[in-house]
Write a protein that binds this ligand. Sequence first.
Ligand code: GRF
Length: 201
Amino acid sequence: MSHIQQKSIVVLISGSGSNMQAIVRAAQERLWEQRWGARVVGVVSNRPEAAGLSWAREQGLTTRTVDHKAYEGREAFDAALMQVVDGLAPGGRPDLVVLAGFMRILTPGFVAHYHGRLVNIHPSLLPAFPGLHTHQRAIEAGCRFAGATVHRVTAELDHGEYLEQAVVPVLPGDTPEALAARVLTQEHLIYPRAIERLLTV
Ligand code: GRF
């Protein structure tokens, strides 16, 4: 029996975690563990009330909370978060840290600690609309298309190598909520696809 090298994935969320759910489902349905020894070893949120945490627990996944309100400053929070994230992985070193609707700006120290194994999904066609309120901005700019980008995380916000992108039309009369929902369905397709590519390199 060839010994498949185990790959540990930790997912970070702040809210519903719909991208995390899509990733967990893809891992189950596409047999990531059997094919690549890859598995989601934990789901961590900065918000104790994040709905995604209860969903993850129902799936039998290990969950942790690191409440950012309990820390003085970003460095202290990120240091605590790193410890929890590393503690979830065999050998104390996750192979991939996946930001999925994680709504915290991470310090350069955190990004450096996970250099080359940190990814994020941003709800715009980067390099357009880095930052927040991307759908409202795309509508106000009169864009005909919008979308999402999975990218590696570097010290500069929303600027790492693009791994996957998806495009959706902006329709007449679109509200930011309608556009967000249309983009989200695509996010749930490209995030698992991007992770699979990283697992198979
Ligand atoms: C998504 O639009 C994602 O692109 C952004 O946060 C939103 C919610 O993501 N980062 P999720 O439902 O919590 O995965």
